[in-house]
Design a protein around this ligand. Structure first.
Ligand SMILES: [Fe+2]
Length: 277
């Protein structure tokens, strides 16, 4: 697997380079995605290590991180956006590119299937139930590793004033206050609906609600170690009701970090399916 990982890393570097135009502003989102890919790969290595996966499986986990957002590059090049709803599903687009370039060529069939499953569903609303536990576990891990780094990206954007691009938070206004329906979703441990997101504070609540879609105890642990989400939460208004709900949500993450490393995979994998455990 080590040889495959090195070969894929070389392919990824050359493939992504081919989308650069030479224009700084136009290429910046691509640089952000390359940085995101490296961070997700690193998160995967940490999560697989925390679960004591054997070395070959840790490399497979890294490969999933490396290849999960391949579709972002042709997506941005063709549509100049990262919004799937107005372009294409970037997971499917990525798998098409991976197939077209024979990136997984020579790998064992089982590994190829596990990787394809994880990549295909990394951005889906739910991870569908699958009888193969390894596939489900890799899929869960990738979704967790991805979220952990999206929190980092938004933290650099909101807290460190990093320039990304205008569409990064859907061009939302930086107005005071928040939408009560967004906070209510968070209070109930549900994802915040995009229809309830009207300003940056609502978007931050949406990001915080992702906690309920995190799966593995080591991911909750890593979330706390990295501290990006807590930093993001500190930029929210000093409204006592809002602060209490956010505090409870962060408290939930603390309890999950101390819980079973891997949740039971009984049904489709969603945050709410695991909440009772
Ligand atoms: Fe993605």
């Amino acid at each position: 697997m080590r040889t495959h990982l090195i070969r894929c890393q070389n392919w990824f570097a050359a493939y992504t380079r081919s989308f650069f135009t030479g224009g700084d502003a136009l290429d910046l989102p691509l640089r952000v995605k390359i940085e995101h890919t490296a961070a997700v790969q690193a998160n995967m290595a940490q999560l697989a290590g925390a679960l004591n996966w054997p070395p070959e499986d840790r490399l497979l986990a890294e490969l999933a991180g490396l290849l999960h957002d391949v579709g972002r590059f042709p997506q941005y090049s063709k549509y100049h956006t990262f919004r799937d709803s107005i372009s294409e599903n970037h997971a499917r687009l990525g798998l098409r590119e991976i197939g077209r370039h024979r990136v997984l060529h020579g790998m064992p069939t089982g590994a190829r299937r596990e990787l394809s499953f994880a990549i295909a569903h990394h951005n889906a609303f739910n991870l569908p139930a699958h009888p193969d536990r390894r596939r489900t576990l890799l899929g869960c891990m990738l979704r967790d590793a991805d979220k952990l780094d999206i929190w980092r990206v938004f933290k650099t954007y909101y807290c460190d004033g990093r320039r990304l691009n205008a569409t990064v938070d859907l061009d939302l206004a930086d107005t005071p206050g928040y939408t009560p329906a967004a906070l209510e979703s968070l209070r109930q441990g549900r994802m915040v609906r995009l229809a309830d997101v009207h300003n940056r504070n609502d978007f931050k609540l949406l990001q915080i609600a992702w906690i309920y879609d995190l799966n593995l105890a080591p991911a909750f642990d890593l979330m706390r170690q990295q501290g990006h989400l807590e930093a993001l939460a500190r930029t929210l208004p000093l409204d006592p009701v809002l602060r209490r709900v956010v505090k409870n949500t962060l408290g939930y993450a603390v309890s999950r970090a101390a819980g079973p490393a891997v949740p039971q995979f009984a049904t489709a994998v969603t945050g709410s399916a695991f909440r009772a455990q």
